[in-house]
Design a protein around this ligand. Structure first.
Ligand SMILES: Nc1ncnc2c1ncn2[C@@H]1O[C@H](COP(=O)(O)OP(=O)(O)O)[C@@H](O)[C@H]1O
Ligand SMILES: O=C(COP(=O)(O)O)[C@@H](O)CO
Length: 577
């Protein structure tokens, strides 16, 4: 149970406020996250780490000399946005480019990947890399599909030390890749975690049982077993990790490894030490030389009772980086000369949004678009709890909160744009940016793309017609398919967006009456959303919980259909505009 909170929706921001207040020697707050509070080294690659909040000390606790240059935290269990990552990157970078490091989760991959593209386009070379150390989340022959858990620390540490040593962006990326290729983790859970404000755990583990391989958001494990003794757990951890080796290691005897025994929430240090006692003996018996092991909390999940073991196989270069000094709030090693404090002002990403000149007709249409966004916000508000409940069946339960944050931000941005004389295209583009920025997560990125697709097609000159709106939806759909990679039948919002776009296109081809065509498309969307209940998820976080999810519709599909429905109401009312 997470007992101490104020407004659950503000929890992640308030965590950051308190964290920064307590750690000013190391970090300072910038828009979107935190950066080191020490002077920069010109030309050094800036290594940024990030992901959802709720996993302290990942990720903000790892910012400091010898470790990350900055961190980009999202909402609880939801990736941060590309805008956040760009802003933190601009504050942290010092001319050597930026490497963005995060765990392999859909929202993180979308947002950090997009951020790297934006930064590079803006003249700051940037690369994104997803850590994939969790052996239980996919087989070795599909290692790229594995999730990132506590092994992220050894990857972040190696890359950051390489940056500190003055290596180029390409070389730091290579080091991150190599560290990741040689890092493996296995986790277990004895009980689930309860998010701030929730009255029930996000997931449960039967009493007396242990979920082997369960992920840090309750992603299912590979099997359920009786809770073992401390020695029994050590034996399970070590035997599993010694049989899942990097391709260039055939015999572990004589190999050197960094070892992390991680507590996921409520397992205490004392219990961890008892487990580690046996881990150390087993590794010694196997002939593995352990290098500077860590036992403690490095990636957590609120009150999740569980632990994980990470082995990161070292070569000469990786060992040098693993043992290099570091000084971050939650990770200190060796001693280093403190860098002078940072100057008062740090460049951050500009928040200035340009409003292009627009025709009168487009400005009038912008008013309708704002009304549609307001209706979307209202319907999401009214259904946020239910969307969260649906998402928790097979996902991480944050869909309602994410959509709420996105829709509120979109309406605020749209209102401001309208006051500044924006046309329909610009208003929708700014709303899309705000949505993606404040919602984060997978759906935040996809809704940003969808609104941008429509915005680009509408532009700021012509009066939107049934045909251009339909073409805009098709363009948005195309972006969602290209970037998200989902297909019809995968049990995502795509299962609604495709029939919606098809019906809209057919209706607008028949006549130029947008409200009528939209109405038919919205009805089809509603039916398609309901039909996702029968589907087995084939992509994203819900995939591993396939069976559990059958009988419940997809949360992203339902929210899209709800919005399509209320937008029809607005279009019907404002037919003449
Ligand atoms: N690759 C994808 N393409 C399209 N939609 C997706 C994809 N992955 C997930 N989704 C949609 O996103 C919804 C979850 O959104 P959100 O709660 O923001 O995700 P998360 O917390 O997993 O980042 C899902 O219900 C699904 O409709
Ligand atoms: O939860 C995380 C992000 O989840 P997404 O599904 O990518 O939004 C991850 O950053 C770890 O918390």
């Amino acid at each position: 149970m997470t007992r101490l909170f104020n407004d659950p929706a503000e929890f992640a921001d308030e965590v950051l406020d308190g964290f920064v207040a307590a750690h000013q020697r190391w970090v300072r707050r910038v828009r979107g996250g935190v950066v080191r509070n020490s002077a920069k080294t010109p030309g050094q690659v800036a290594v940024l780490v990030g992901g959802g909040s709720g996993h302290y000390p990942a990720f903000t606790g790892l910012v400091g000399q010898g470790l990350a240059h900055g961190s980009v935290p999202g909402n609880i269990f939801a990736s941060p946005s590309a805008q956040q990552a760009c802003s933190v990157a601009k504050a942290a970078e010092s001319g050597g480019g930026v490497l963005l490091l995060f765990g392999n989760y859909a929202g993180d991959v979308l947002h950090f990947g997009h951020a790297a593209e934006i930064l590079t386009r803006q003249g700051i070379p940037a690369k994104a890399f997803a850590v994939t150390d969790d052996v239980s989340s996919a087989n070795a022959d599909e290692a790229a599909k594995r999730r990132g858990v506590a092994g992220g620390l050894t990857v972040f540490k190696a890359a950051a030390a390489a940056a500190e040593a003055g290596l180029s962006l390409e070389e730091v990326y290579r080091v991150a890749e190599r560290a990741n290729a040689r890092t493996r983790s296995l986790g277990v859970a004895f009980s689930g975690c309860t998010l701030p404000g929730a009255d029930a755990p996000l997931f449960t583990v039967p009493e007396g049982k242990m979920a082997v391989g369960m992920g840090i958001h309750g992603e299912p494990g590979i099997q359920e077993a009786d809770v073992p003794s401390a020695d029994g757990l050590a034996e399970l951890f070590v035997s599993t990790l010694l049989t899942d080796l990097p391709s260039d290691i055939t015999d572990v005897r004589g190999q050197r490894a960094a070892v992390i025994l991680n507590g996921l929430g409520t397992v205490k240090h004392e219990e961890l030490f008892v487990v580690y006692r046996r881990v150390a003996r087993l590794l010694a018996e196997a002939g593995v030389e352990v290098v500077e092991p860590e036992v403690g909390e490095f990636v957590t999940s609120f009150d999740l009772a569980g632990a994980s073991l990470t082995l990161s196989w070292l070569d000469e270069e990786l060992e040098r980086y693993w043992t290099a000094p570091a000084d971050a709030p939650a990770f200190r090693k060796g001693s280093l000369t403190p860098a002078p404090p940072a100057p008062e002002d740090l460049a951050e990403g500009s928040v200035e949004q340009t409003v292009r000149e627009a025709s009168e007709q487009s400005r009038a249409a912008a008013g309708v678009v704002l009304a549609a966004l307001e209706a979307a916000r209202e319907v999401i508000d009214g259904n946020a709890d239910e969307l969260g409940r649906i998402d928790a069946v097979a996902g991480d339960g944050d869909h309602g909160i994410g959509m709420q944050r996105g829709a509120v931000a979109a309406v605020d941005a749209a209102r401001e744009a309208l006051e500044r004389g924006a046309g329909a295209g610009t208003l929708l583009a700014l709303a899309g940016d705000a949505w993606a920025d404040k919602a984060g997560g997978t759906s935040g990125a996809l809704w940003g793309l969808l609104l941008h697709g429509i915005a680009n097609t509408l532009g700021d000159n012509e009066k939107p017609t049934a045909e251009t709106v339909s073409q805009g939806v098709a363009a948005g759909l195309e972006s969602v398919l290209r970037v998200g990679g989902a297909k019809v039948g995968d049990k995502t919002m795509v299962d609604v967006l495709v029939p919606f776009a098809e019906t809209l296109a057919a209706g607008t081809a028949e006549s130029n009456r947008l409200a009528e065509a939209w109405g038919r498309a919205a009805e089809r969307a509603e039916a398609a959303a309901r039909a996702t209940a029968d589907l087995v998820p084939r992509i994203g976080r819900a995939r591993p919980l396939a069976d559990k999810s059958v009988g419940t519709p997809d949360a992203g599909a339902v929210s899209l259909a709800l919005i399509a429905g209320v937008v029809h109401g607005v279009l019907d009312e404002r037919k003449g505009v």
